[in-house]
Design a protein around this ligand. Structure first.
Ligand SMILES: Nc1ncnc2c1ncn2[C@@H]1O[C@H](COP(=O)(O)OP(=O)(O)OP(=O)(O)O)[C@@H](O)[C@H]1O
Ligand SMILES: [Mg+2]
Length: 406
């Protein structure tokens, strides 16, 4: 099971510049979390503080019972082995090939032999779609490829905690969808606690169990995804819609005169550039690929959310109830492709023993690696006989009709 990360009263400054203060949140064991916030609010600094690369002035970060803000260097070294980190800039060694970059944590932290290292490295290289590029240097590949190589390196130790700083930056929308799916599949497979820093609203809407947001040196909110997505807070609404009208400015906070001028422009029907999507309408969360194990954290997450439900705002409660009803419906409609939702639908969450039993049952499932799933799908496709007669009939029918539905 993944590891809980408990942050309490954390404050970080560089010299006289305070970045954020009194940040408290818990990344529940094995759940997928996203951290949003305008550029420069200190999301990357937060990630680096979680792994002890930066030192806060106040507060604690408790991982596996150890407060990493005050433990010894030796303890910190051990705790760091639990982490896989994708840094915002990829942080690859420029003079090493992708292969050596990805192999680095294995050579540094394990006694594995080179043939075992090769097996693991090549598996991760394939997982992130970089097969054939492993011999290249970081300077010889695209930004999106560097990002994926960084992710492969973050995954080689099968980490208990995965931190991803903007995994989507530099990636096209389709590759972003693949990487997001990969994170969900990995979560199902190894139950790792995941924190994704992102500006990508699509990711925020469909991937995490919980979402937080940093703004004006504070954690505005952290909770179940439905809570942030249905929030009425102006800063959250502006961020989600990507509109220039609102409390978030280009560099600093907006003053009253600017805010008044914007209100007048809005009243005059001038666009602030944002989408008019209704984010309070919750869309389905991405589920593990068919063949992947049940996502155990989903079971724990639902139990947690149901327990905290009465304390959440009304609209978040309504959105969570609607999400649950929709998930149960999907489980009934397509039981073979949404094992996690089926497990959720079949669990009596009013009975703690039943919740535990559902998790234990998930644990005993056979684990198939995502690459196997893809290979199986490809094999199936190859062995499917092609119905040439049907194609011929369709082509013949379309002759002279000017269009074809074949
Ligand atoms: N090592 C450092 N020394 C001094 N200041 C720093 C350091 N690292 C970051 N900062 C400052 O901390 C602030 C937050 O930076 P950070 O990179 O965490 O922002 P961010 O939220 O990740 O932004 P973005 O979305 O653009 O990546 C910035 O003002 C930055 O200049
Ligand atoms: Mg950053």
């Amino acid at each position: 099971m993944g590891v809980e990360v408990k942050v309490e009263g954390l404050t970080k400054s560089f010299g006289s510049q305070n970045i954020w203060r009194d940040v408290s949140l818990t990344l529940p064991a094995g759940e997928v979390n996203a951290l949003l916030g305008p550029s420069g609010t200190g999301k990357s600094v937060f990630l680096k503080t979680l792994i002890g690369l930066l030192h806060p002035e106040q507060g604690s970060v408790i991982i596996d019972g150890t407060d990493i803000t005050e433990c010894s260097a030796k303890e910190l070294y051990e705790i760091r082995k639990l982490f896989g980190v994708l840094f915002q800039d990829g942080a690859l060694f420029g003079s090493m090939t992708l292969y050596d970059n990805i192999a680095f944590p294995l050579r540094e932290h394990t006694k594995k032999k080179e043939d075992e290292i090769r097996r693991i490295v090549m598996e991760k290289v394939e997982l992130v779609g970089l097969a054939g590029a492993e011999g290249k240097l970081p300077g010889e590949i695209s930004g999106g490829m560097r990002k994926r190589a960084g992710l492969a390196r973050a995954l080689v130790l099968d980490p208990e905690i995965i931190l991803c700083d903007e995994p989507d930056s530099g990636l096209d929308p389709v590759r972003t969808a693949y990487i997001s799916q990969l994170l969900i599949d990995i979560n199902a497979e190894i139950d790792a606690t995941i924190l994704i820093v992102t500006h990508n609203i699509n990711i925020a809407r469909t991937i995490p169990d919980n979402i937080g947001m940093l703004f004006r040196k504070e954690l505005v909110m952290f909770g179940p995804r439905e809570q942030l997505l249905t929030s009425e807070q102006p800063v959250v609404k502006q961020f989600l819609s990507g509109d220039r009208f609102g409390p978030i400015g280009m560099s600093e906070e907006k003053d009253e005169a600017v805010a008044a001028a914007e209100a007048a422009m809005q009243a005059a029907g001038i666009s602030g550039g944002g989408t008019k999507d209704d984010f309070s309408e919750i869309i389905a969360q991405v589920q593990p690929n068919p063949g992947m194990p049940v996502r155990k954290a989903a079971i724990r997450h639902r139990a947690n959310v149901l327990a905290m439900l009465p304390s959440l705002p009304e609209n978040a409660q309504a959105a969570i109830r609607a999400s649950i009803a929709e998930e149960d419906e999907r489980a009934a409609q397509s039981p073979e492709s949404v094992a996690t939702l089926v497990a959720l639908a079949n669990t009596d969450f009013s009975d703690p023993a039943a919740v535990q039993a559902a998790q234990d049952q998930a644990d005993t499932q056979v684990i198939e690696r995502p690459t196997d799933v893809l290979a199986t799908a490809a094999d199936d496709a190859q062995t499917q006989p092609i119905d040439t007669a049907a194609i011929e009939t369709a082509v013949n029918q379309s002759d002279g009709q000017g269009s074809t539905q074949a």
